[in-house]
Design a protein. Structure first.
Length: 189
């Protein structure tokens, strides 16, 4: 837990406006011990709960990226509850509505593709704004790799034949804003 708290302190020191918002929406951060899989997680079914399971060799950047990752998921869950991101959630799990995710490139429900694209944008934004704490290669891969995979995810999701049945205008606007940020990051490299 000390490693997670240290990462949180460093992140909040770099993004001071983040701390009160994080405290507002994340009710509990917990660490599970081995033999649990390393990584982090949150759930639409338990909004406000986050776990981070760091390996002993994780860098501070890795912890920060996991915190940003799960914080962004939590904010997206809350935004979806307030504004609705999907016209019909039942359609998301249909095999014809699968897409590659933006970070791992795995085929999953388009719900995860949308989420991962938005998470990738947040990870890249933190790296771009704070290269002193997140220099560009971390637990999510290298910045060029994430940019390439995320671009493919975005292009394929936006060209999906069922897009209007899968994403509300609100979600499409969030995706578009994230894509604009990614283009700016890519151009600055």
């Amino acid at each position: 837990m000390d490693r997670v708290e240290e990462g949180f302190r460093i992140l909040c020191g770099s993004e001071p406006e983040l701390a009160p918002l994080f405290d507002l929406v994340v009710n509990q951060v917990f660490v599970m011990t081995l033999p649990q899989e390393p990584g982090s997680g949150s759930s639409f079914d338990g909004v406000g709960l986050v776990y981070v399971n760091p390996l002993p060799d994780w860098s501070t950047q890795d912890v920060i990226e996991c915190l940003v990752h799960e914080f962004a998921h939590t904010l997206l869950y809350l935004d979806a509850l307030r504004h609705t991101h999907h016209p019909d959630y039942r359609l998301l799990d249909m095999p014809e509505n699968e897409a590659e995710t933006a970070i791992t490139g795995r085929r999953r429900s388009i719900f995860f593709a949308f989420q991962s694209f938005l998470i990738a944008a947040e990870i890249l934004t933190v790296r771009h704004r704070h290269p002193e704490i997140c220099p560009g290669v971390g637990i999510h891969g290298s910045t060029p790799e994430i940019l390439a995979t995320a671009k493919r995810t975005y292009d394929r999701c936006m060209a999906h034949p069922n897009l209007d049945a899968l994403a509300t205008p609100r979600l499409k606007a969030l995706l578009s804003d994230a894509r604009t940020r990614m283009r700016e990051i890519e151009q600055s490299m």
